[in-house]
Ligand binder design. Structure first.
Ligand SMILES: O=C([O-])CC(=O)C(=O)O
Ligand SMILES: [Mg+2]
Length: 557
């Protein structure tokens, strides 16, 4: 769409204030007339640039940075300076920009967040300000803001990096960028929120540069009441907005998910988004092998909420394929630090207890990962352990002896925490393994074949899920909607169309998001979780919600 076809936006800011507003700033792309109308002459040099020229220069400046952190910082500065240009850069360079803005670059950003802090983005809600959260949310978002989607974290389990306290704000900022870059949601409708309830990370508490609350984490009833006040404020201020929970600790995440999933549209991305994309890749893999999910033996290394979430969604599909709930559960072997989880263990979470094995006792030998793999001959091995190198050569070679095309998913993030590298997995299995990681990896070569590495990252799911939920005004996010999202992604698997990959390439994330959004909305309607709509109405809404990174003309308000 050319700029002249777009109706002018009324703008009340002038001069410095206009240039300092990242949502409105155009930098040297302000045309002569707007420079005059808004008092920009003298503030800007006379030179003019098109958006395309700005994109080329901005991207060159990113690429000139020597480190991943440097590139991440450069893009974050661009986002805070000129949002339109930032998203134009992302859409022009999506595969290269994603690992900078998102995993693994965002991990570096979080680790250095306090030191890099320059200007605010999003809302920091501190436990010290309890009782005042609604006012702070409204003030920080802007009085007239129409917030449709919030990502919230309390920073306790940032990727596999652990408790980063207030530094975890990098994650909601980074993930929200994907809602715009992949699903074209208007960035003005998205809000990152950090619940600053303290940190148990002593290094941060001791760090003079740390920007967060200097106290141990709020726990128990005080924590619950704080989250409750936050959710209540969101519902009052922005009814119908979607709440995306991200990177909460394993013990907190499932509890918050269950507590709120029927009260407002909400989902936990680490549990449900990760499960949905894993299901997508696995469905593509088993179909390519000419099998069903119900035929698989699945070992999950990592008994946290992500591992349990993956098992739950896979089980539901196995039941759809005709297995009884007991038979479906029997397909899974959940392994955590103490080894295979067995029903006689103490302190299991409810999700772990459901999956714990009853055919072994906690005192039995052979409960370590290598022994379990050697005994049960899994067809699928999933790593959500945060333990680099957990998938050893011996384990993988054993698995590959009993399975022609073993599926191996080292999903831990960021890159250095993956349970194995794709290159090793390819070598140890003579190129037979179907490999997918959580973070991006370079292509692998086997013989004269070079293939890109699939990334089973929730980025395939959450942007489209959010778009679909908002487009149909769903009042909740059901497991059925997550299954529908997975099926929509699996339907685009190159592996089922003569290609090598289980997931579509990252370049296709925008098309994937549209397909996921449609599938999610249709499923919500099927389950009567939204007002009824026709297919035509859905298309109109999806088109209306489409925000493109182009400069709109301004007129003085
Ligand atoms: O952020 C990512 O890349 C995936 C994710 O949710 C996590 O690892 O916590
Ligand atoms: Mg996460």
């Amino acid at each position: 769409m050319s700029a002249s076809a777009v109706p002018p936006v009324p703008v009340s800011l002038r001069g410095q204030a206009l240039l300092a507003d990242p949502r409105l700033n155009k930098g040297l792309a302000f045309p002569v007339e707007e420079r005059r109308t808004f008092g920009l002459n003298g503030l800007l040099p006379v030179g003019e640039r098109t958006l395309e020229e700005q994109v080329a220069l901005a991207w060159a400046a990113v690429e000139a940075q020597e480190t991943l952190l440097g590139r991440h910082v450069r893009l974050r500065q661009l986002q805070d300076d000129n949002e339109t240009l930032f998203y134009a850069v992302l859409s022009a360079h999506l595969p290269a920009a994603l690992p900078i803005v998102y995993t693994p670059g965002v991990g570096e950003g979080c680790l250095n967040f306090s030191r890099l802090w320059e200007r605010p983005r999003g809302v920091f809600l501190s436990a010290d300000h309890k009782g005042n959260l609604a006012a702070q949310l409204e003030a920080a978002a802007g009085k007239r803001a129409d917030i449709r989607l919030i990502i919230v974290t309390d920073g306790e389990r940032i990727l596999g990096l652990g408790d980063l306290g207030a530094n975890g704000m990098g994650i909601p900022i980074g993930k929200l960028a994907l809602y715009t870059a992949c699903a074209s949601l208007d960035p003005a409708q998205l809000l990152p929120v950090l619940l600053d309830v303290g940190t148990d990370n002593q290094a941060l508490l001791d760090d003079p540069a740390y920007i967060g609350l200097r106290r141990k984490r709020l726990r128990g009833e005080a924590y619950d009441a704080f989250v409750e006040e936050f959710v209540g404020a969101v519902q009052d201020l922005w009814p119908g907005a979607l709440l995306h929970w991200e990177d909460f600790a394993n013990r907190t995440a499932p509890f918050l998910l269950e507590r709120y999933r029927d009260r407002l549209p909400s989902f936990n991305d680490d549990i449900q988004g990760t499960a949905s994309v894993a299901l997508a890749a696995i469905l593509a893999g088993v179909r390519a092998r000419g099998e069903t999910l119900a035929q698989q033996r699945i070992v999950i290394a990592g008994g946290g909420s992500a591992g349990c979430g993956i098992a739950l969604l896979l089980e539901q599909v196995m039941e759809d394929e005709g297995l009884t709930p007991e038979a479906a559960r029997d397909r899974f072997y959940l392994i955590d630090r103490p080894g295979l989880l067995t029903a006689d263990m103490q302190n299991l979470t409810p999700a772990q207890a459901r999956l714990a094995r009853t055919d072994l006792a906690r005192t039995d030998a052979g409960r370590d990962l290598a022994s379990v793999v050697a005994r049960i001959h899994p067809t699928i091995l999933i790593g959500v352990s945060g333990q680099a190198g957990l998938f050893t050569e011996e384990i993988i070679r054993t698995m590959a002896r009993h399975c022609e095309r073993p599926m191996v998913f080292p999903l831990s993030n960021p890159t250095h925490l993956a349970e194995a590298t794709p290159a090793d997995l390819c070598r140890w299995t003579d190129g037979r393994a179907l490999v997918s990681t959580g973070s991006p990896f370079p292509p692998v070569t086997h013989g004269d074949l070079t293939m890109t590495v699939d990334q089973t990252n929730n980025a395939y799911i959450f942007p489209g899920l959010g778009l679909g939920v908002l487009a149909c005004q769903a009042r909740a996010v059901s497991d059925g909607m997550l299954q529908a999202a997975a099926r929509a992604v699996a339907a685009q698997a190159p592996l089922l169309q003569g290609g090598l990959n289980m997931l579509p390439p990252v370049t296709e994330l925008p098309q994937v998001a549209q397909a996921v959004a449609r599938a999610v909305a249709m499923q919500a309607q099927e389950e009567k979780l939204c007002p009824p709509f026709t297919a035509e109405e859905l298309e109109i809404r999806l088109t209306r919600m489409h925000w493109a990174p182009v400069y709109r003309p301004y007129q003085a308000a």
